[in-house]
Design a protein around this ligand. Structure first.
Ligand code: UDP
Length: 289
């Protein structure tokens, strides 16, 4: 399977269709497969915090969850000259050009990563794969009320879904959760504790969960499914700006700092970090243009 590296983090080149196929293989397989959903905030955090980068590196799959990831993959795939004096203006030009194409001709950035798979859509794909393979599901995280509503809404959406257990994400006893999951034997474990906590939890505990075939760090999807957060209008989703809506409309429960600061980090700081990375390390070598 093709992969792209962005700021040292591995992203798999999936379409929704190939992800569904891979999930089928994971659910029928003999070991646990871990999935991380990667957006620009994740990439930035990984570039600054070695322990988070190490945690992500241990995941089996990275899914492109935001348009920023597609932009970075395209930008890093464009060849760049070796000459240091020419490299800087060329990197800026390429950065600007690829960023403008997001608005003018979005298809341009759909190589090497053909599409982004937003968090909630990815969870729906995983649940559909559990229905197809008759795999039991466990939901872990969020507030109790949100979790109950999520469960109810998911069961209404998929009549054959088998949610065998759930637990909220506040003030839990680690061992009790692990014991309960092992007693109920789910094959899909959805962990929604906010990032980076959920990724660290997955990394630390997957080995102790022998029934689990797919484990995923979910972020705020339960809040959307329960209806506590509203998803972006379709036209914003089509433009790839769902993340902007999320940052403006739905305050994170775990991330500190103002919305402006988060947008500042997720857009200009992220792009600047990727441009600097390319100036320093050059283009990604193995990608087709
Ligand atoms: N959450 C949780 N326990 C915690 C912190 C967060 O269960 O100690 C849940 C939170 O209720 C929400 C989800 O984790 O449903 C994602 O949190 P956040 O809004 O911070 O999402 P992010 O900004 O990471 O996407």
């Amino acid at each position: 399977m093709k992969e792209v590296s962005i700021l040292g983090v591995k992203i798999n080149v999936f379409t929704k269709k190939t992800l569904r196929q891979e999930l089928g293989i994971c659910f029928r397989g003999a070991r646990g497969c871990s999935f991380a959903k990667i957006n620009s905030e994740f990439l930035l955090r990984a570039s600054k915090k070695a322990d988070f980068a190490e945690t992500l590196a241990k995941f089996d799959y990275g899914i492109a969850d935001g348009i920023g990831v597609l932009w970075a993959a395209k930008f890093l795939s464009l060849p760049i000259v070796k000459n240091k004096a020419l490299r800087v203006p060329q990197a800026f030009y390429q950065g600007l050009f690829t960023a403008c194409s997001l608005v003018i001709y979005p298809k341009y950035v759909q190589k090497p990563i053909p599409e982004r798979i937003p968090g909630v859509d990815c969870l729906y794909l995983m649940l559909e794969a559990t229905v197809e393979t008759e795999s039991p599901v466990y939901l872990f995280g969020a507030e109790q009320e949100i979790l109950d509503q999520t469960k109810e809404n998911l069961e209404a959406r998929y009549s054959q879904l088998r949610i065998v257990g759930s637990h909220h994400g506040y003030g839990f006893v680690e061992k009790e959760i692990i014991d309960e999951i092992n007693r109920l034997g789910p094959k899909l474990l959805v962990v929604a504790l906010g990032s980076p906590r959920q990724e660290k939890w997955i990394r630390a505990n997957l080995q102790s969960l022998p029934s689990v075939r797919v484990i995923v760090g979910e972020g705020g999807s339960f809040d959307f499914i329960a209806g506590a957060f509203k998803r972006a209008p379709r036209w914003l989703q089509r433009l790839g700006l769902e993340w902007l809506w999320r940052l403006f409309m739905n305050k994170s429960k775990t991330q500190t700092g103002s919305r402006f600061k988060r947008i500042w980090q997720a857009v200009p700081v992220f792009m600047w970090t990727v441009v600097k990375y390319k100036i320093k390390y050059g283009a990604n070598k193995s990608e087709e243009q």
